[in-house]
Structures are given as C-alpha cells and as structure tokens.
Design a protein around this ligand. Structure first.
Ligand code: MLT
Length: 404
C-alpha cells in the first residue's frame, strides 16, 4: 500500500500566488466587466529584447539543421553560457567564480526549492520574516520545519529573522545559530537591500559557525546604489559558505522562457565532501537542464547589444517603481523599497490587515497586489506592489488607488 509524504499535509493553504490567482479569478468571474490591473505576482510584461529574440531565432534554425542540431544538454549547462556568466556576473566584479561552479537551471524558484535536498533533514534553517514563501514551504515538504502554530503562523523548527520597520526591513544576525541561512537581496518582498559591509558580517558569521548561506540574487539587476553588492561573492570568504541563485526572469524578462543558475563554489565542504559534488550528482541524475535554444537566449543577455537593451528594460520597470513610490507617498502612504528593487512595500492604511487591504484594493480600485502577511507573520499590516506592469497600467493603478 502506498503512503503519501505526510509532510505535505502540514502546509497551511496553497502556494501564496496560487491563492491570489484563485481569488482574482473568482472576482473576475463575478465581475466580468471590471478591468483589473495586476501588480501582484512579480511577472514581467515587456516583450523579450530584440537581441534575445534574434538569438532564439538563430538557435531554432540550428535545431532544424542536422549539422547544428543539439540533443541533451551537458549536465551543468552549456559552456558558452556558464563562461558568459562567470565572466560578466563575477570575474568583472573581481569575484573568483569559475564557469564550472555554475549550474544552469530553469530558474531560481526551482533551485531555491530544490537546493535543500542536498542537506540533512536535521539542519535548522533561518529565514527572513517576511520571506519568499518557496524557501519555507519546500523545507516543510522535506520535513525539516517541525510543527506549525496557526496562532503565531510560525514553524517550531525554523529560526525567523524579523525584517521590520525597526530593522530597516533587513535581518539581524540570529541569536540561535542556524545551519542554513536564506538571504535575498535586493529583497523580495520588501525591496530592501543591505550594504556590502553588512553582507560581509553575514559571511563572517556563516564561516564562524560553519553555516551555509543560500543567497538569492534574482533582483541584482535592479540595484542603483553604489554600496549595494551585486553578488555575495563580492564578500571576503563567501567561497567557503555561500551558494548563490541567479535568475534571468527579472533582469531579462525570462518568466515565460525559464532560465536561471545556481553558483556553488568548490570550497564549501562538509569533511571531504563538496556541496558542488552533491549538486552535480543531483543535477546529473534528475534534472533535464534548460533547452539549448533558451541557453542561447541567455548568452545573448551578455552580448553588447543585449546588455544595452536590457538596461533599458530594467530602467523602464524602475521608472514604474518611482511612479508607485512617489504616487503612494503623495497619497499619504508609508512606503519603502523601489530604489534598488522592483518591489514597493507599503503599510496598509488605518490598521487594515494585509488581506483586508487586498480585498479593498481589488474591489474599490480593481488593482491586484500581494498581501504582506502571505510572506510571513511580520508582513502583516503591509502590502507589496510590483513595478513589472506596463507604464500605462502602473500610472492608472496609482490613480485608482489615490481615488479609492
Ligand atoms: C514574486 O512575485 O514574488 C515572484 O515573481 C515569484 C517568483 O519569482 O517565483
């Protein structure tokens, strides 16, 4: 008789963005005449840049020709993409990351969910609160988080690092020492960042306690301030304690194309075993890899033309961030984020709960956002808006919110 993985039953509700999608669909079915503006999930709206389209076309042509056809991709991904990443994302910043330390994947959501598999069940994780829900949910599925208390909305075996107004929406070094620390900067959902000097403290802490940092750098392209690090490998000693996750979703608009990477330096070891070798084993055994045509599109992200076009695309979204930030401020909201990140984090007005405010905006302004409490208990009383809409919709949404 088969038995199910009962750890899945511990998960309260469905995945945050699935819950929101269901709510919106139900509302839209009841109100088909309402034109909703969706600034909820961080999904991009601008078409792929011409340099990327050109690379895709070229790769499709290659796949249609016997002499240039490609079958299975190499386990770690194609050398041309790993080298482009090693050089452009790391070596130009003075970071010692080599192409064979980069594992190409279909995105950071999968990598951030799967990476916990290479760690023993009795590792204790520390997460920011609020946090991208994938980190916690996947550890719940793996049976690593203990029991859930619906009162506090916390797991007994998870160390929560509150990121509140009092901490400038950044975590503080936890008193109880974790084994695995999840960090995401620029942060999803709060849009906050930390300086290189602050990140260095985390690297030193991890090395001192032999912990691993899983560093989600999905939003690094949105950094505008000079002292904010683009990668954890800018910090001294990160090679012995940090795994970095990269995504092409937000810097190049690949949410519908799918491409990402996990960077695992060969220096992170438990005894003689490297984490690199474990992830290589996993990748080789049960991951199909990203398609050749997609990896060619990824390579175009690093071409001179691709870089120029994507800079413009990021600037387009950051202009939306400014529209949201300034518009909400004018309307009397307390807002943060939006300077080094495509997310704006606002305090819900008049003591409304995050979900009350979600309903209010949906019904009164026909604008969709993400309730802060969906990211963790410290997100209660907050709300996230994304800058990934079109400019026209962003302006219209702020106008509607002001009127509501
Ligand atoms: C978000 O809205 O938090 C992100 O789009 C989710 C993701 O990238 O998976």
């Amino acid at each position: 008789m088969f038995k199910i993985n009962e750890d899945y039953l511990k998960l309260p509700g469905s995945y945050l963005f699935s819950t929101i999608a269901k709510k919106i669909n139900a509302y839209q079915e009841e109100n088909p005449e309402k034109a909703l503006i969706r600034l909820g999930i961080g999904d991009v709206t601008q078409p792929l840049a011409p340099a990327i389209i050109e690379a895709l076309h070229g790769a499709v042509e290659e796949m249609g020709n016997a002499s240039t056809f490609h079958g299975y991709a190499p386990d770690l991904g194609y050398e041309f993409l790993r080298s482009a990443m090693a050089q452009n994302d790391y070596q130009v910043r003075g970071c010692d990351i080599k192409a064979d330390e980069i594992f190409i994947s279909d995105g950071a959501k999968g990598d951030s969910g799967n990476i916990q598999e290479i760690f023993a069940k009795n590792n204790k994780i520390a997460v920011c609160d609020p946090v991208y829900p994938v980190y916690v949910d996947t550890n719940v599925m793996a049976g690593r988080t203990g029991t859930y208390d619906p009162q506090t909305e916390k797991w007994s075996d998870v160390i929560y690092m509150p990121c509140t107004k009092a901490t400038n929406f950044a975590p503080e070094l936890p008193k109880e020492v974790p084994d695995i620390i999840y960090l995401c900067f620029p942060n999803n959902p709060t849009g906050s960042t930390i300086t290189k000097a602050e990140l260095q403290k985390w690297v030193d802490y991890a090395n001192e306690h032999k912990a691993v940092i899983i560093y989600d750098a999905a939003y690094e392209a949105y950094i505008t301030e000079a002292d904010v690090p683009h990668t954890i490998f800018e910090c001294e000693g990160a090679r012995t304690c940090a795994i970095e996750l990269r995504s092409f979703s937000k810097n190049a608009g690949f949410t519908g194309v799918r491409l990402g990477a996990a960077v695992i330096p060969k220096d992170i070891k438990s005894g003689d075993t490297t984490l690199h070798s474990l992830w290589a084993r996993r990748h080789g055994t049960k991951y199909n890899g990203a398609p050749y045509i997609v990896q060619k599109a990824g390579e175009a992200v690093y071409s001179p033309t691709g870089k120029v076009q994507l800079k413009e695309q990021v600037a387009y979204y950051m202009n939306n961030a400014k529209v949201i930030y300034n518009g909400l401020k004018e309307a009397g909201y307390t807002v943060s984020g939006g300077v080094n990140a495509p997310y704006i984090w606002l305090e819900t007005p008049k003591g409304m709960t995050s979900w009350d405010f979600f309903d209010f905006l949906l019904e009164k302004a026909n604008v969709v956002g993400t309730p802060g409490s969906g990211f963790g208990p410290s997100g209660e009383g907050y709300f996230r808006l994304t800058a990934f809409g079109t400019y026209e919709n962003t302006v219209a949404a702020i106008d509607r919110i002001k009127k509501a």
